[in-house]
Design a protein around this ligand. Structure first.
Ligand SMILES: NC(=O)c1ccc[n+]([C@@H]2O[C@H](COP(=O)([O-])OP(=O)(O)OC[C@H]3O[C@@H](n4cnc5c(N)ncnc54)[C@H](O)[C@@H]3O)[C@@H](O)[C@H]2O)c1
Length: 278
């Protein structure tokens, strides 16, 4: 690691979230100064472990508020933009809020970052941008056409396009299309496939599984955090105005495979599984 890089100040938006609270830990461990802005939709507890760290700064604020963004971007070298209304169900439930945060809040952050001469802007995008594939057994890469089928993915694609077409600024933008995350975090999410299945079966509950044959890409929270750090450390020409999938070809799983893996640890849960054909 370059010492000069580690002395830089990084703004993580949405740092109290599932991925953000893991990422902050890794950045601090590597010697970065870390600031986060979060409106604490899920509480403050995920940041508890960092609050006494002298390299950590917390702004309780909202990216839809331009003044909060100005404070957050002041004198930072790079931004990792995670704050969002996350996932298809959450955006479908509150479409106006999703548009306010994911479109207008992201734009606020970008405008203030350009004004403040921030060097790099990494955007947390999603594999959902690819939508439903014509060949369900095929693979996608970054050259595959995007086909968003939800408001969540439409807003991600829209902001990606804005960043990738950004001209005449000193800012280096890059987009990371995360696979579905799994694994532990100070703010655990139990609505994501691997975590949800593990929890339900560990608690001895019945689990109904729809579409057990469908494939999805997955990635561990700590690997997603590592990808974010790689994106701020990489040479500018390697990442500038580019989008990258964050996942691994070997981490594409069908739901039934995930269930089988959990059953190896919890064999008694076998009778609690019910595949629903649809
Ligand atoms: N978790 C996944 O599987 C996954 C997959 C692909 C992409 N992503 C993307 O990664 C990012 C982080 O996802 P996550 O799973 O950690 O979600 P999360 O919901 O756990 O975290 C989001 C954080 O943003 C904060 N936030 C929301 N609105 C805000 C606002 N207006 N101002 C300030 N803070 C606000 C929330 O309080 C929360 O702490 C998101 O952009 C998401 O779209 C996540």
């Amino acid at each position: 690691m370059f010492r000069a890089m580690a002395e830089k100040k990084i703004l993580v938006t949405g740092g109290a979230g599932y991925i953000g609270s893991v990422l902050i830990g890794q950045l601090l461990q590597q010697g970065y100064f870390v600031r986060t802005i979060d409106n604490l939709s899920f509480g403050k507890q995920p940041l508890e472990a960092y609050k006494l760290n002298k390299h950590f700064e917390f702004i309780q604020g909202d990216i839809t508020n331009r003044n909060d963004c100005k404070k957050a971007v002041d004198s930072v070298n790079a931004i990792i933009h995670l704050a969002a209304i996350v996932g298809d169900p959450a955006c479908k439930k509150q479409p106006e809020l999703a548009i306010a945060v994911n479109r207008e809040g992201s734009q606020n952050l970008l405008d203030t970052a350009i004004d403040a001469q921030v060097e790099r802007f990494i955007f947390a995008s999603t594999c959902s941008n690819y939508g439903k594939m014509s060949d369900p057994n095929g693979y996608v890469d970054e050259t595959t056409e995007l086909n968003p089928v939800s408001l969540y993915a439409e807003l991600k694609v829209e902001f990606e396009q804005k960043l990738l077409n950004l001209l005449d600024t000193n800012l280096t933008p890059a987009c990371l299309r995360f696979a579905t995350a799994y694994g532990l975090s100070p703010r655990i999410r139990l609505d994501l496939t691997v975590n949800e299945f593990s929890k339900e079966l560990a608690l001895g509950r019945k689990l109904e599984i729809y579409g057990e044959q469908f494939w999805r890409p997955y990635c561990h929270t700590s690997d997603i955090a590592r990808a974010c750090i790689l994106a701020i450390e990489a040479e500018k020409s390697l990442v500038s105005h580019k989008a990258f999938n964050v996942g691994d070809t070997n981490e594409n799983y069908q739901k039934k495979t995930i269930v089988e893996m959990i059953l190896k640890e919890l064999p008694k849960a076998k009778d609690n599984i019910h595949y629903v054909s649809k």
